[in-house]
Design a protein around this ligand. Structure first.
Ligand SMILES: CC(C)(COP(=O)(O)OP(=O)(O)OC[C@H]1O[C@@H](n2cnc3c(N)ncnc32)[C@H](O)[C@@H]1OP(=O)(O)O)[C@@H](O)C(=O)NCCC(=O)NCCS
Length: 169
């Protein structure tokens, strides 16, 4: 997988991404609205499996680096998910705290939505957002997504279901 924007590159996982990915997923602020910090051993296992057997298709979560410097800033992608009995593709974005507020989520999110609608032919892409996650709701608005419903997740938590649809769909 490889997707470029003006400032960012989303690309397949490389060995040098493992430590920054572990840091990202262990950060209580970054994961606050995403189920909390993940177990580092478990994340390392997933990343090492992915390095051994890279996912073939366009679905998954990928490192995002700054093109100019190669610096790791986040993890974004398109993930298949069952939501209330419906098979959806979810747009996922999370960034290092030091990279918040620079328009990166909007920039890469917009490229991922275009890719999903135009290249993959998906008419509908969703985002599950905690209603207290002000920044993520702002990203959804900026991406032209609409609030469709509030859903209950398997863990019992409530999430807003934001949807991006191709015109006319
Ligand atoms: C949500 C997140 C990805 C936003 O990324 P970002 O690159 O900072 O977002 P952008 O710079 O594109 O900003 C988009 C909007 O959010 C606003 N915003 C950014 N950080 C904010 C914050 N902490 N509080 C309130 N608004 C914020 C920006 O001002 C902008 O709003 P505007 O349209 O009114 O100008 C980032 O905060 C993050 O990684 N959070 C932790 C992970 C997470 O919660 N991911 C989403 C799960 S659904």
């Amino acid at each position: 997988m490889r997707l470029q924007t003006e400032r960012l590159l989303l690309r397949s996982l490389l060995p040098q991404d493992v430590e920054p990915e572990l840091r990202l997923w262990a950060d209580p602020d970054v994961t606050r609205f995403m189920g909390g910090p993940r177990d580092s051993d478990r994340v390392r296992q997933i990343l090492e499996d992915e390095l051994r057997t890279p996912p073939a298709g366009p679905l998954g979560q990928w490192p995002v680096v700054v093109k100019a410097t190669g610096e790791f800033v986040g993890d974004c992608g398109l993930v298949a998910k069952d939501i209330d009995g419906r098979s959806e593709i979810e747009l996922v974005y999370l960034f290092e705290k030091s990279a918040w507020g620079m328009g990166y989520a909007t920039e890469i999110g917009s490229a991922l939505l275009r890719f999903a609608h135009e290249e993959l032919g998906r008419e509908r892409i969703v985002s599950l957002i905690d209603s207290d996650n002000v920044a993520s709701r702002r990203v959804a608005v900026r991406l032209g997504m609409s609030l469709e419903a509030v859903v209950t997740r398997p863990d019992g938590g409530q999430r807003e279901l934001w949807v991006s649809k191709v015109c006319g769909a």
